[in-house]
Design a protein around this ligand. Sequence first.
Ligand SMILES: Nc1ncnc2c1ncn2[C@@H]1O[C@H](COP(=O)(O)OP(=O)(O)OP(=O)(O)O)[C@@H](O)[C@H]1O
Ligand SMILES: Cc1ncc(CO)c(N)n1
Length: 288
Amino acid sequence: MNALPGRALSSDEAWETPPRALTIAGSDSAGGAGMHADIRAFLTCGVHGMTAVTAVTVQNSLGVKDFVEIPAETVAAQIEAVVGDIGVDAAKTGMLASAAIIDAVAKACHKVGIGQEGTAPFVVDPVAASMHGDPLLHADALNALRDLLFPMATLVTPNLDEVRLLTGVEVSTRAQLADAARAVHALGPQWTLIKSGHLTQDPECVDLLFDGTEFYELPGARYDTPHTHGGGDTMASAITAALARGAPVLEAVRFGKRFVQRAVAHSYPLGAGVGPVSTFWRISTTPV
Ligand SMILES: Nc1ncnc2c1ncn2[C@@H]1O[C@H](COP(=O)(O)OP(=O)(O)OP(=O)(O)O)[C@@H](O)[C@H]1O
Ligand SMILES: Cc1ncc(CO)c(N)n1
C-alpha cells in the first residue's frame, strides 16, 4: 500500500523537487476537512501542496457555525501567483462558496493551464455541504459549478447528495449508481466518480467510476464508524496527488480509494461530534 503511483521516489530525495499540487478550497478550523485534509493527503502522498483559500470556516466536530468568503479576485490571484512562479502538476477544488468565486476560479484555471484544455489534470470535488448538512455553497452557485467547472474537469467526485442537487437523480441502491454516473458525465467532465459513502444501508462502500464508455467498480469494506469527517476531501486529494505524480486516471482513482479506505479504518474520535479520517498511518514512526 505504501507504493505511490506515478513518478518513482529516488533513493535519496534530498534537494529533489517533488511533484506540485494545488488545492482551491476552504479552511476547517477543526483541522479535519477542507484544505487541511488536502495538504495532509498531499504531504503523505509525496507531493508539495499549495493552496488558494476560498473561505474561512468556523467549524468543529459538531458542525459549521459560520464562514467568511475570500474576495473572488484574491482567490484568482492566489492561483495565478503560485502557478505563475512554481508551476503545478495537478489541481483540485473543494469548498468554493459562491458563484463569483467559481467564476473567478474557472477563469484563472483556464488562464494558467489547469483543466481539460490545459496541461495540468483538474479534479473538481463539488462540495455543497458539510457532513452535518451545513451549507458550504450558496444554492445559486450550483449552476456555476455545473456550467463553468464540470466541462473543465479531468475528474468530478460527487457524493450522492451532490448528484441529486446537480442532476436531480436520486440514488438509494447500488444498482442506481450507473444512472447517476451517466447523468453527471453528461455535464462534461472526462471522468466521473460517484462516491457511495451515503448508501448507509449497503454493507459495502462500492464507488463507481465512468469515462463515458466503461464503468469501473471500486469495491471497499464499509467500516462501522461515525468518524468520517474529511473522507471525501482526503480521497480527492490522494487522487490529485497521484495525478500530479503522473499516474493515469484509473490508477490514480484506485489509489485514492485504497487511501481513503485506510484513512476511514484509522479514523478517530475528536470533540463531542464527528471525528476525522486519519493520515497518521502514512507517517513513518522512525525516530529522527
Ligand atoms: N464508513 C465507511 N467505511 C468505508 N469507506 C467509507 C465509509 N464512508 C465513506 N467511505 C468512502 O469514503 C469515500 C468518500 O465517500 P463519501 O460518499 O462519504 O464522500 P463525501 O460525502 O464527499 O465525504 P465527506 O464526509 O468528506 O463529506 C468513498 O470512497 C466512500 O466509499
Ligand atoms: C472547509 C470545508 N471543506 C469541505 C468540507 C466537507 O468535508 C468541510 N466540512 N469543510
